[in-house]
Write a protein of this length. Structure first.
Length: 42
């Protein structure tokens, strides 16, 4: 999933498209790190 998001972001950048949550791989990666560390309330 992260690789797909990174690829999509490159396409958005190339096409000059506005970024949205579907390309915010850093946020998703941070979320998964929090899950591994047991820091989320979910």
């Amino acid at each position: 999933m992260i690789a797909d998001m990174k690829s999509r972001r490159r396409h958005y950048e190339t096409l000059g498209m506005e970024m949205d949550e579907t390309v915010d791989w850093e946020r998703v990666e941070a979320y998964y790190e929090e899950l591994e560390d047991g820091k989320t309330g979910n």
